[in-house]
Ligand binder design. Structure first.
Ligand SMILES: NC(=O)c1ccc[n+]([C@@H]2O[C@H](COP(=O)([O-])OP(=O)(O)OC[C@H]3O[C@@H](n4cnc5c(N)ncnc54)[C@H](O)[C@@H]3O)[C@@H](O)[C@H]2O)c1
Ligand SMILES: O=C(O)C[C@H](O)C(=O)O
Ligand SMILES: [Mg+2]
Length: 528
């Protein structure tokens, strides 16, 4: 900690990227040298260190990974390993693996295709698993599926560590993922596999393909959706309205990718439950915008996942297919503007000023794209142009904003780190064979109800990351109880389905907490 603090002092005035990478190096070296100490330092300083080992610095690390590389961490399966993956999996030295985070590097944060350099993301996500969910670090496995890259700069970089070929497509691609999933399942049938940062087409396709066969989930689609839904419900409370008024919220989502569509799908499911009607009847409150503008039924090659949110142009006065963001805002005057576009700065002054004209007494702006440079706007601009009384959240952390006269504009970090550790831990302890919508809904509801009315009124939607272990225990317990309620829990180890069924809510939280690993040095000499 001393070297970390003196680095902060000695690098004052240097570019942010230089300082951030230097901080990452200090932590990475500690990670390599002394795992127990690394995780203890991480847990004790999670608020300061999450932005280094996770978003946003991890983005910079991935962009420079081949140059920063000193020693391997995790496992790489390349297209050339086809036919060998089972033996490779059996070669992994740890007896048991509980959590795997898997990527193919095709959409790393909002930074695009980074090929094998994307391994930084599974490593960072699993560090959060250890810190937040207390997964034993000897039982985690970061995985890179190297199927090539379409990033020309990397293909020409002499330091690039991955296969120098264009990405595999179609059946060739799927056969690699199939082989990996089957090998993992054979050796560790109870391991949870988290799919992370896959480009949209493969994110949806693999989720569909595996979710009923393996205990897996897609964090960008499903974890993000739960965190956003908790924030949307919190916004209704922050407006001083009853939760049922969620149905009256007009929500504009910018970005129709894996994350944006995941959010809308879950929000629509929640609205339908509240209204007691089927999904399509509730869609008139949602507006979806992508790089070609407002998505309507007239859209050519409309993606099936976007179809439920496509507007009928005849039904929305004057808003045509492809209408721009600003046109939509001026017409709709929405309660919420939520960005998952990956495009930095698109919530510009004009857009934010249009949000000031919202019909809501407390409009909400969610600039959820990562890392910081890709955020749709900064916190300072949001409060400056959209007004002091907005609710604001971003995917990467920003400092709270000083609004003058002792007033503070609160910045929430709407990041899936609030949910994925609890989803993984709850699913693991439940021993369920797959992860259902009910388990994910329980996770989102748990997070939504975590915050007190007093905090909500200040515009605080999510608890501080300082309490990430406690939040994760609660979320994990909610997921576990949902699995029990759906009769899917088979239990883990000595705690079987019968024991789980008889646990009260409090006992479940206690059970989950007692299963969390904590970094302490094991005695070298056993005392009798
Ligand atoms: N905060 C979080 O927890 C969280 C979680 C997941 C993803 N994200 C972020 O969300 C972003 C998108 O992720 P994804 O997986 O959905 O990506 P994606 O590539 O699947 O989708 C991006 C979408 O944005 C749209 N888009 C691009 N340019 C646009 C523009 N100028 N105007 C409007 N729309 C535009 C595209 O048409 C596409 O629909 C990334 O930056 C990622 O880091 C954040
Ligand atoms: O990695 C993050 O910080 C969140 C999310 O999974 C993303 O892809 O941006
Ligand atoms: Mg992600």
């Amino acid at each position: 900690m001393e070297s970390f603090r003196s680095l902060e002092k000695n690098t004052r005035g240097q570019p942010d990227s230089v300082v951030s990478l230097a901080k990452w190096r200090i932590l990475n070296r500690l990670h390599d040298r002394n795992e127990t100490l690394y995780y203890r330092v991480l847990i004790d300083n999670i608020k300061d260190f999450a932005p280094i080992i996770y978003t946003p610095t991890v983005g910079l690390v991935c962009q420079n990974y081949s140059g920063l590389f000193r020693r391997p961490r995790g496992m790489y399966f390349s297209a050339k390993d086809k036919g060998e993956m089972m033996s490779m999996i059996y070669n992994w030295p740890a007896e048991q693996v509980d959590m795997i985070v898997l990527t193919d590097g095709s959409r790393i944060l909002g930074l695009g295709d980074l090929g094998v350099q994307g391994i930084g993301i599974p490593i960072g996500k699993l560090d959060i698993y250890v810190a937040a969910a207390g997964i034993n670090p000897q039982r985690i496995l970061p995985v890179m599926l190297d199927v090539g890259t379409n990033n020309q700069r990397l293909l020409e970089d002499r330091l690039y560590l991955g296969l120098r070929q264009p990405r595999l497509e179609g059946e060739e691609y799927l056969s690699i993922v199939d082989e990996f999933m089957e090998a993992v399942h054979r050796r560790w049938p109870k391991a949870i596999v988290q799919f992370e940062d896959f480009q949209m087409k493969w994110a949806f396709e693999t989720l569909q393909r595996y979710r009923k066969r393996f205990c897996m989930f897609n964090d960008d689609i499903q974890g993000t959706a739960g965190v956003a839904l908790a924030g949307l419900l919190g916004t209704v409370r922050a407006q001083g309205r009853p939760l049922a008024d969620f149905l009256k919220q007009k929500i504009v989502v910018v970005g129709a990718g894996s994350a944006g569509l995941g959010v809308l799908t879950m929000a629509m499911q929640a609205a339908s439950r509240m209204a007691g009607v089927n999904g399509t009847a509730a869609n008139n409150q949602f507006y979806l915008i992508d790089k070609d503008g407002l998505v309507t039924k007239e859209r050519k090659n409309l993606d099936p996942a976007a179809a439920p949110f496509a507007k009928d142009p005849a039904g929305i006065d004057g808003l045509r297919e492809g209408a721009s963001l600003i046109e939509v805002l001026k017409k709709v005057k929405p309660d919420v503007l939520l960005g998952l576009s990956g495009v930095g700065g698109i919530f510009n002054e004009e857009v934010l000023k249009a949000m000031k004209e919202s019909t809501s007494n407390r409009p909400a702006i969610f600039a959820m794209s990562n890392p910081t440079k890709n955020a749709e706007c900064t916190a300072a601009d949001a409060f400056k142009y959209a007004g002091d009384n907005i609710v604001f959240a971003s995917g990467s952390p920003f400092e709270n904003v000083n609004l003058g006269n002792g007033k503070v504009g609160y910045v929430n970090q709407a990041n899936n780190m609030y949910l994925f550790p609890g989803i993984g831990l709850g699913a693991l302890l439940s021993g369920a064979r797959f992860i259902t919508d009910g388990m994910l809904q329980a996770a989102a509801e748990c997070l939504a109800s975590y915050i007190t009315d007093e905090d909500i009124q200040k515009g605080i939607l999510y608890p501080s990351t300082d309490s990430i272990r406690h939040i994760t225990a609660e979320v994990g317990a909610a997921v576990l109880r949902a699995a029990v309620a759906e009769d899917l829990a088979e239990g883990l180890g000595e705690v079987g389905p019968k024991e789980l069924v008889h646990m009260s809510k409090e006992e479940t939280v206690e059970y989950v907490t007692s299963n969390m690993w904590f970094p302490i040095y094991s005695p070298l000499v056993h005392e009798k």
